[in-house]
Write a protein that binds this ligand. Sequence first.
Ligand code: FAD
Length: 290
Amino acid sequence: MRICELIQGKTPFISLEFYPPKEREQWGAFFEEAQKLKAAGPLFVSVTYGAGGGTQDNTLEIASRLKNETGFEPLVHLTTVGASEQRIADFLLDLKAAGIENVLALRGDPPRGVCDFVPDNEHFRHASDLVAFARRRFPEFCVGVAGYPQPHPESPSVAEDLAWTRFKVEQGAEFLVTQLFFDVRQYFDFVDRLRALGVTRPVIPGILPIMSLASIRFILSLCGASIPGRLYLELEEADKKGGSEAVREIGLAFATDMCRRLIDGGAPGVHLYTLNKAEACLQIAGDLGI
Ligand SMILES: Cc1cc2nc3c(=O)[nH]c(=O)nc-3n(C[C@H](O)[C@H](O)[C@H](O)COP(=O)(O)OP(=O)(O)OC[C@H]3O[C@@H](n4cnc5c(N)ncnc54)[C@H](O)[C@@H]3O)c2cc1C
């Protein structure tokens, strides 16, 4: 079912993000974790596409299996990396054949270690080009896009970042999922500014429960988001005194508190970055009582 229709009357909700494991041997454990997350009752689950150097080929198969074997409603990520009109059209046809109706249209990032993004194809320079193409050729899909409570690292200004975000919606995006952030004020400010620009589509906040110092360092280095200094110092202190378990406890409590404040403040739901692990997200869902 299309997410834009699913959202109606189902708020607040939880949704989840998975990434396709690189190796086939990891798939068994992956589907076991996904199965456990059924108990969280997610409205939809998203599957990344080539993120952080991962493979693109497995996205469709993982998403189809999550739909057919686990009963989740998938949102499939799609980027402009390596895109051509034929390749994108073929991918969307494959999604359609698999009964998948939701796509998150993204530009993608340059390869690790490369600073500037160089488009592979002049027709797909930005996520907005992908949105326009998908909406024109496959209007039956519900298309979402990324939003940035802290502006995208390449944006020269907040105003420009917001203007291009609005442009993606004008091209046909029907909902937004945000980049991770750690200050709920950034989310509410972002939504207020979009509303002031006439963007009325749902903005779903993306929340990463911090599970270890190593993983948060790695993730921040990939996505360019920042963490409040005080939170980072608290995590470091916890790591020194209580090790990884103490870090995990703080990360979990912080994420749960953020989710509660976001929902109380009017966010339609929360999109949890699972990192393919069930336990933390199950605990958050349980504590929120959604
Ligand atoms: C929720 C979420 C999920 C993600 N999933 C994946 C994934 O599965 N795979 C993956 O590889 N990456 C993923 N990413 C990362 C994403 O690809 C990067 O953040 C990327 O750098 C930007 O993608 P975008 O779709 O926001 O790009 P765009 O919307 O194209 O924006 C990129 C930059 O260009 C500017 N811009 C946008 N449109 C125009 C225009 N028409 N003209 C001039 N400037 C413009 C923007 O302001 C911004 O600075 C995800 C990000 C988020 C937030």
